[in-house]
Write a protein of this length. Sequence first.
Length: 103
Amino acid sequence: QVSPKKTVEGLVGGILTAFAAAAVLSTFPPFDPLDLTGSMWFALVVVLLAPLGDAAESVVKRALDVKDMGSILPGHGGMLDRVDALLFVAPASYHLFDLLGYL
């Protein structure tokens, strides 16, 4: 059972944190090539797609009728549960960086 209030609070917190982190990190040397606009686009991609990666992995787990996708990290659902957000974020980030001319 998903708590709608908790889900909305988490999404809003994630949005605020992502945009704040993008604004701050865009001023530091390793991230200098990313201007503020590029950083905000990246934050938006992460905020919108990370929950989709998590949801997609949950759909697969339900279809397979499994609770965890491994036992390497006991109590954490397995390695895939730790990186499920990257399923959508990583390819989208690559294409965004390519589109913005950072690659």
